[in-house]
Design a protein around this ligand. Structure first.
Ligand code: UTP
Ligand code: MN
Length: 494
């Protein structure tokens, strides 16, 4: 052994960086559970053999050595030192690596047996995720990894809606939405334990699908005559759950049953039955763009300076939709009044409309007051319509295809289009309200009411604490009033 005095002089940390033999290895020995005197002994030993030993832990350390500590203990200690910001290349080692290195007189290669095992932290980058509980607090992209689960939960949500059980339907929709916001595919129930909105029933369904590949409840629902009939009947434009349910109880199952039995239908339902096949077919982005051009032309022909926005699913980045939604305004408030009638006239003269139902603007702030609207129904001037869209050469398909599918033979197809007109001062609220998704909108209103004591609609935001309306020119301002991080449309696919 080298005398204590000489060692101290020759190998203090201050001059060691230059004198050590293995400068790529910078060791820190943890005192925890080891004690100061043993640590001092090990430091002296290592330095005497040319090892670089750090007195204090810093980012310069490459190897942390400890004795009788678990990996989790050492990681917790490190997180405390570095605020959780430790390098991924840092080696957390058992004393065995140290003693072998001392014996060898050089740092031996780190093997698995030397490494301390650190378990993934519940909130870390491992697959256990936490998530905010309102969908409007989260980013939900269009594409996600859990379609095999969300599609199943959405069948149950739809079925609950058909049974007029709204609470249950929303619960399944919320559960599905949480899985849509996960950045990875779910493999085990363990990964779900920190997630909100996953009720006992939803978890049971998820567990069954993870274990067996399918859920018996979901499959039997999907196959059931009642579910299929309700889907077919509510799929008719102008038919809601209540009407469909009445027809179902009368033994009707499909649009053709309605025709055969001569059911009395209102104007919307007649159009719905007449164009059923076309309206069942998804509207493509390309078709939405053609319709967008037509609407632009119509609006500019009747009111110069009007602004038009494509809304709904297409604004959120969807490739297909069940309809095409437009929001129209004019910077000079008042100019937009009666605009819908003029647009409709223009379109009808050109033979572009198969059906239209226009409603006047019935929203008056003074009259309506701030009470939270009963539903998401707004009262803008608007038109629910069916466009007659000429097919392009490509979309009509080949001769052979056309002879197989009768509705493909036509030179045009029917497309549902919603046109909404908003006064300029309400435009930001209308934009937020018509971007969707429906769950995102619902959650925004719930957040406003429950968390902020505010009332949000597609017309306005009312602050019940200050007893005043909060005006906004942009969606960003509305998110800010609500104390929410701004979520862009493409991440509102809740
Ligand atoms: P859609 O029903 O058109 O849904 O409503 P979507 O997201 O575009 O999806 P597709 O069409 O099925 O592909 C679009 C948005 O407009 C609102 C809805 O809440 C949704 O956020 N909306 C719709 C209203 O505010 N009022 C209505 O009468 C209809
Ligand atoms: Mn839409």
């Amino acid at each position: 052994m080298i005398p204590l005095k000489r060692r101290k002089i020759t190998r203090t940390e201050s001059n060691q960086d230059e004198t050590c033999t293995f400068s790529h290895v910078s060791i820190f020995i943890l005192e925890r559970k080891m004690g100061a005197s043993r640590r001092a002994f090990l430091k002296r030993l290592a330095r005497s053999k040319g090892f670089l030993i750090k007195e204090k832990y810093s980012s310069a350390v490459t190897h942390v050595v400890s004795e009788n500590n678990s990996g989790d203990d050492v990681q917790a200690w490190l997180d405390n030192q570095s605020g959780g910001d430790t390098s991924t290349s840092l080696q957390l080692l058992d004393i065995s690596w140290f003693t072998e290195s001392m014996e060898a007189g050089r740092p031996v290669t780190v093997q698995d047996k030397h490494r301390l095992k650190v378990n993934p932290k519940p909130n870390g980058d491992a697959k256990v995720f936490t998530m905010k509980s309102y969908a409007c607090q989260r980013r939900t992209p269009l594409k996600h990894q859990n379609v095999f689960l969300t599609e199943a939960l959405e069948i149950l949500a739809e079925n609950a809606e058909f049974s007029k059980n709204e609470g249950r339907s929303v619960a399944f929709t919320r559960a599905a939405s949480v899985l849509k916001a996960l950045p990875h595919r779910v493999y085990s129930m363990d990964e779900l334990k920190c997630l909100p909105c996953l009720g006992e029933h939803s978890q049971r369904v998820i567990k069954e699908i993870l274990e067996d590949g399918t859920s018996r409840e979901v499959e039997s629902t999907r196959q059931s005559e009642q579910f299929q009939a309700m889907k077919a009947l509510t799929g008719i434009f102008g038919v809601g759950v209540r009407t469909a349910d009445r027809w179902l109880r009368e033994g009707l199952r499909s649009p053709s049953d309605l025709i055969q039995t001569g059911q009395p239908l209102n104007r919307a339902q007649q159009a719905g039955v007449q164009y059923y096949n076309d309206l069942q077919k998804p509207v493509t982005k390309a078709e939405a763009e053609v319709i967008s051009d037509i609407v632009q032309e119509a609006v500019h022909a009747v009111l110069l300076g009007a602004e038009i926005q494509l809304m709904g699913g297409f604004k959120r980045g969807k490739d297909v939709g069940h309809d095409v939604d437009f929001l129209i305004t004019h910077p000079e408030e008042g100019k937009e009044e009666g605009l819908i009638a003029k647009i409709i006239n223009w379109l009808e003269e050109k033979g572009l409309l198969l059906y239209q139902q226009t409603s006047r603007n019935s929203y008056l702030e003074k009259m309506d007051g701030p009470a939270r609207p009963r539903s998401n129904m707004d009262r803008f001037e608007k038109c629910f319509s069916i466009f007659k869209l000429q097919r392009s050469a490509e979309s009509t398909g080949s001769e052979a295809e056309r002879s197989v599918n009768q509705s493909e033979t036509s030179s045009w197809r029917a497309v549902r289009v919603d046109l909404v007109v908003s006064p300029y001062s309400q435009f930001a609220f209308a934009t937020l309200g018509w971007t969707g998704s429906k769950l995102f909108e619902r959650e925004l209103r719930r957040w406003a009411g429950q968390e902020k004591h505010m009332s949000l609609s597609s017309h306005a935001l009312y602050d019940s604490n200050q007893k005043c309306y909060l005006r906004a020119q942009t969606e960003e301002e509305i998110f800010a009033y609500l104390g929410l991080e701004f979520i862009p449309p493409c991440e509102r696919n809740a």
